[in-house]
Design a protein around this ligand. Sequence first.
Ligand SMILES: [Ca+2]
Ligand SMILES: [Zn+2]
Length: 336
Amino acid sequence: MRFSFPCRFLLIFSPLLLAIFITSQSTASQFIKCRDKNGNDIFTDDQQQCTVNGKPTQPAVELASNRTAASLTFTVSYKDPQGLIKNKTLYAENIKAAGKAWEQHLAGSATIEILVQVVHDNMGRHSAHSKRSYYVRTIAGKRIYEQGVAFEIRTGIDPNGAEPDLIITTDRKALDGMWLDEEPYQRLKPVAVGKIDSMSVFIHELGHALAFSGWLNINTQSSTENVNYSTYDNNIRFVNGNPYFTGPFAEAVYGGSVPLAFKSNSYAHIGDADKHRGHALENTIMNGIAFYYSRRYNITPLDLAIMHDSGVALNSSSLAFIKRAFHKNASVTATE
Ligand SMILES: [Ca+2]
Ligand SMILES: [Zn+2]
């Protein structure tokens, strides 16, 4: 691992570093799976269809994931009026390769439409989110929503048709700071000095669209409306004002509640730069501590455990991979 600058400098002053760590949020749509008045399972954004005589019908049984290896197709389109992405074919190939990196851990099948938009604020920022999120259940008055990309993969349902499922946002400075891998499936070429590895960026960003996203206000420790929560939010507890991920698989891998970013980044990241430098958390693809120049990051069991706890459908071999990483004292009885 090599740094161009002392890492503290990078962390605080490099917009490229901060860039990847900022995530935008999906829309909490009102799509609901319910039973209609004839008792048929339907999937609708029309609340009336889920109401009989003014009372909500019973929610339908949730669709189970089959745990076999996922079969995913990714399409990439661009909104880049100034033509700042020079090699669109290679850029798309990198995004698809990042999708495949997740695919090997997932179960289900879907075609995911990705829109890359280049904005002109020049913040040196990559971000990504599912365009929509879908209702899954209500727990103790909290309405829980799943990221749209995870929903489509898990269920095979495509409720939003031609609309993009996943939005990646970038800008000129972010593009300049990224080294685009010419062989993204192999990931063997040396990453340019002073640049951030494209595959690490895209795998990280797709992780936000799959699970690492939500609507918590870190100060009030609840969602803005105090009603809508993501499946990720639903696993978060605060201790002395700091957010921790408390899903059973994540805790089993880490050996306790997993600290999330607080000061250095959005809480949709693992670890905080203030406290977890040099820590194992720093190696996760979803870490909020630092992405160092010229370094490749990979999906770790902790990243996957958080995905699993957030309801993303992982396949059997990925679950086995997580379990092999369980802390030696961990005992998990949570359902898979
Ligand atoms: Ca779709
Ligand atoms: Zn991020």
